[in-house]
Structure formats: structure tokens, C-alpha cells
Design a binder for this molecule. Structure first.
Ligand code: ATP
Ligand code: MG
Length: 202
């Protein structure tokens, strides 16, 4: 009995200390700011996390812009769902994967044209959240200049949030970001021979 009361007391003490630490941290985080987030790494969950934030933003009545840079397919569930929402501007700016197009000049031209559309979103203060899905690829392959992209990101409205997804995010982009998460690939069903599943993968 005394043992159970002891454990109860220890638990209360531990939780009190934890609450003090969390309360202090919350007190220190007292600013509002448009955030730049980078979701990178080889694990699954980058784009779907970004679209989760789209749902959150819409739930708060915010307007959202989505620009997709590399797109192999046009039948994803998120596109079908969010396109119906009048608060969402959805732009598909890629023409498929580089190993499908196999044309450097055309890829560069497509990426540049795409960036000029994305830049319009970054200049629109009515958009509270902008998702630049798979932007890391045109950066990685050098189709877009990282310096120019960082300049446009820095010049966006101060309260606008931007989420960038894609593998192998350049170091300079991660440095400029406020929040960076790396998804680690532990296991993926595709490697066990299971094709992309609706509702999970597309
Ligand atoms: P998701 O859109 O599911 O969040 P993602 O954005 O993290 O995935 P991408 O590299 O953009 O990953 O790949 C998109 C597609 O590839 C999805 O169908 C996803 O399930 C699949 N995929 C993601 N990571 C892996 C992986 N490590 N191995 C095999 N397939 C993957
Ligand atoms: Mg993705």
C-alpha cells in the first residue's frame, strides 16, 4: 500500500517538474512569424505531412497555395480533395520525373516556368500557407538556382508559412528554414512488391 502511494507521489513530482519545464518553454516562445519548413529524407511522409498542414490551415479559414514541382501522376487523392476547396490554389508545375522526360533543356525550362508561378504565390499576402511540393529535385539537379529561390522565399509576406518537401534538401535551404525534419526510411511496402495503394500512397 505504502509502495503504491510512494509511486503515486514520485509520479506527481516528476509530472510537476515536467510541467514547469514545458511552461517555461511555452512562456519563452512568445512570437508569431511566417515559418519556412523543410520536410526531407528518404522515408515516407513528407508530402502527406505537408497536406496535413493544408487541412489544418483550411480549418482555420486560411487560404492555401500548393505548387507541385515533379509530378508523375495527376490522380492523387489530395489533389482531388483539395482542388474542390475555393480557398485552395493548386498548380501542377512539373512534367513528370527526369528519367521519364530525359531532356535537360526541357526540364530546366519547365522548372523555371514553374518557379515563376510559385513566386506569384510567395508574393500573395492573402495566402497564409504555401506548399512547394518536391521542390528539392529541381534544386538538386540545378534546374533552379538556390540563391534566387532563397531570395524569393526571404521576400515573402512576413506571416506566410511555406512548406518545402522532397529528398536531399540542399544544406543552404535547411539553414534558411525555421523547422527541418528528416524522415528516415525504415521499411516500405513497395520494396516487398506491393504497388502504390490509394489512400496511403496516392
Ligand atoms: P508521401 O506522399 O506518401 O508522404 P513522400 O512525399 O515522403 O511520400 P516521395 O519521395 O514524394 O515521398 O514519394 C511519393 C510516393 O513514393 C508515395 O507513393 C510514397 O508512398 C512512395 N515512397 C515514399 N518513400 C518511399 C520509400 N522509401 N520507398 C518506396 N516508396 C516510397
Ligand atoms: Mg512527396
Amino acid at each position: 500500500m505504502a509502495h503504491a502511494a510512494d509511486r503515486e507521489q514520485r509520479h506527481r513530482d516528476r509530472m510537476r517538474r515536467k510541467k514547469a519545464v514545458i511552461d517555461t518553454a511555452i512562456e519563452h516562445a512568445d512570437r508569431d512569424q511566417g515559418l519556412l519548413l523543410v520536410l526531407t529524407g528518404n522515408g515516407k511522409g513528407k508530402s502527406s505531412s505537408a497536406f496535413g498542414m493544408v487541412a489544418r490551415a483550411l480549418g482555420h479559414g486560411m487560404k492555401v497555395g500548393v505548387a507541385q514541382f515533379i509530378k508523375g501522376r495527376s490522380d492523387t487523392g489530395e489533389e482531388g480533395f483539395f482542388r474542390r476547396d475555393p480557398n485552395v490554389t493548386w498548380q501542377v508545375l512539373g512534367e513528370g520525373f527526369t528519367w521519364e522526360t530525359q531532356n535537360l533543356a526541357r526540364d530546366t525550362e519547365t522548372a523555371l516556368r514553374g518557379w515563376s508561378v510559385a513566386r506569384e504565390m510567395l508574393r500573395d499576402p492573402s495566402l497564409g500557407l504555401v506548399v512547394l511540393d518536391e521542390l528539392t529535385y529541381p534544386l538538386k539537379y540545378g534546374w533552379l538556382d538556390i540563391g534566387a529561390v532563397l531570395d524569393d522565399l526571404a521576400a515573402r509576406p512576413p506571416m506566410q508559412h511555406v512548406v518545402i518537401t522532397g529528398r536531399a534538401a540542399p544544406e543552404a535551404l535547411c539553414e534558411a528554414a525555421d523547422t527541418v525534419a528528416e524522415l528516415r526510411d525504415v521499411k516500405h511496402a513497395f520494396r516487398a512488391g506491393i504497388r502504390a495503394q490509394k489512400g496511403v500512397d496516392l
